[in-house]
Design a protein around this ligand. Structure first.
Ligand SMILES: Cc1ncc(COP(=O)(O)O)c(C=O)c1O
Length: 459
């Protein structure tokens, strides 16, 4: 690129200058020949070499297109905060900094107004009324409140909890903790597509069951469970139905009331909002949902979650929900096209792949693939220009193969070789094509290396 209008001293060409930034996600050179893709974290990557992974170039070229590296394709682990969300949050750090619990002055009233606006925005996205929303620090706290809260409150009525083997640790670890307290836990299997069989759910329910916990969307394979059907089964028996919807809200239409859900956990940072904030939907009306709170203190959030409210975070969560609701349909179509481009590209160019999980019942931005005869960690290293995951982010330090992939009936070797591609708002067709090229170049090379090593070991 000849035009230096977009470069800064010390920055690689194409880095955003303040003057160029308003042009949006794409920058064209003055001649219109080169296309520069702007990723949300591109400035840090382009301008701060010390932050870059060793040996990583800041840009790659595909034909006339320059792509900023690294590419973020791990939107299930977290999402960048949408700049519109940040803008909405900013005044609440310095101007409207009041405590919403301060009832005697305008600083408190303004903060309370902001919180109540956010409560309505969150409620609107999940089919709830504002009164049914309790703010938390995220979906992990949400799962603790839903499961421990419901199980402990109803202990005199029953001691049995039902969940699923493919749940996130935020639920599975809570279930295990409750087991240590003396509760009985049934963990249901899934089929080869990662989906629950309703007959299994029905069979598991007993007179002593008080809570059923099923995630709406799986964080590794993106499959969508039959939530409304399970909700109906639970409602008919007076059993509370808790749903971890961290990977669902903002990615597909969620209507908690219509799906007969009693409790539902949301996480801000999974939908382009801030980290450390979330919400739980607690259904109102009859029969009443009763919970034992996890955090006691000043009685905030109708006594269900004490502690001074994180006003900027809550405002950010509200703004993220409003944006998600407005853009969900168009964004889903766009992500589905990108996902299919990625899937078709990989299937056409790389032999011996296995797509993990149902393709029909799946959120648009997820693709999980096992690459036969390769170790997933080795592949991740080879693809280090792309931020991907070899399992759930929370568990990726563990050397064990993903329990979610194992639950599909996949052998240990294939489970070890699975990668999760998480497409999101920042990704483009050019990035997808680049990733396909990179995988297609590296997989045969790694397979050849692995078979060479195996031959040498056998000699
Ligand atoms: C399905 C699911 N549930 C719960 C969580 C935990 O959410 P948070 O980070 O808000 O605690 C995550 C995050 O990885 C998730 O993917």
């Amino acid at each position: 690129m000849r035009g230096s209008a977009y470069s800064r001293p010390g920055c690689a060409p194409g880095a955003t200058s303040p003057a160029a930034r308003p042009l949006g996600r794409y920058l064209r050179s003055p001649a219109g020949a080169n296309l520069f893709l702007l990723h949300p974290n591109s400035e840090a990557v382009a301008c701060r070499p010390e932050r870059r992974a060793p040996g990583l170039a800041p840009f790659a070229k595909r034909g006339k297109t320059v792509i900023r590296l690294p590419i973020y394709m791990d939107h299930h682990a977290t999402t960048p905060c949408d700049p519109r969300v940040v803008e909405a949050m900013l005044p609440h750090f310095t101007e409207t900094f009041g405590n919403p619990a301060s009832k005697n002055h305008v600083f408190g009233w303004r903060a309370e107004e902001a919180v109540e606006r956010a409560r309505a925005q969150v409620a609107a996205l999940v089919g709830a009324t504002p009164r049914e929303i309790v703010f938390t620090s995220g979906a992990t706290e949400g799962a603790n409140l839903m499961l421990k809260g419901a199980a402990r409150y109803h202990r005199s009525r029953g001691d049995h909890i039902v969940t699923v083997v493919t749940e996130h640790p935020a639920v599975l670890d809570v279930a295990a903790a409750l087991e240590r307290e003396g509760f009985r836990v049934t963990r249901l299997p899934v089929d080869g597509e990662g989906l629950l069989d309703l007959a299994d759910v029905e069979r598991a329910l007993t007179e002593r069951t008080t809570v059923v916990s099923v995630m709406w969307v799986n964080n590794e394979i993106g499959v969508v469970q039959p939530i409304a059907e399970i909700g109906r089964l639970c409602r008919a028996r007076g059993i509370l139905f808790a749903v971890d919807a961290a990977q669902a809200v903002g990615k597909l239409p969620v209507d908690a009331r219509a799906a007969s859900v009693d409790l539902l956990a949301v996480s801000g940072h999974k939908l382009y909002g801030p980290k450390g904030v979330g919400a739980v939907y607690v259904r109102s009306g009859q029969p009443r949902v009763r919970l034992t709170p996890e955090i006691d203190g000043g009685g905030h959030e109708r006594g269900l979650r004490s502690g001074t409210l994180n006003v900027p975070g809550i405002v950010g969560l509200g703004a993220a929900c409003e944006i998600a609701g407005r853009e969900l349909a168009a964004e889903s179509r766009r992500l589905l096209e990108l996902r299919e481009r990625l899937r078709r590209g990989l299937l056409a160019r790389v032999p011996d792949l296995r797509v993990n999980g149902s393709l029909e019942r799946r959120v648009p931005g997820n693709l999980n693939i096992s690459f036969a005869r390769i170790d997933g960690e080795a592949l991740l290293m080879a693809l280090r220009e792309v931020a991907l995951s070899s399992g759930s982010a929370c568990a990726s330090a563990a050397p064990e193969p993903s329990p979610v992939i194992r639950a599909l009936g996949v052998g240990e070797d294939l489970a070890h070789s699975s990668l999760r591609f998480g497409l999101g708002r920042g990704n483009t067709e050019e990035e997808v094509d680049y990733v396909v090229d990179l995988v297609a170049e590296n997989v045969p090379r790694l397979r050849a290396m692995a078979s060479g090593a195996a031959r040498r070991a056998a000699d």
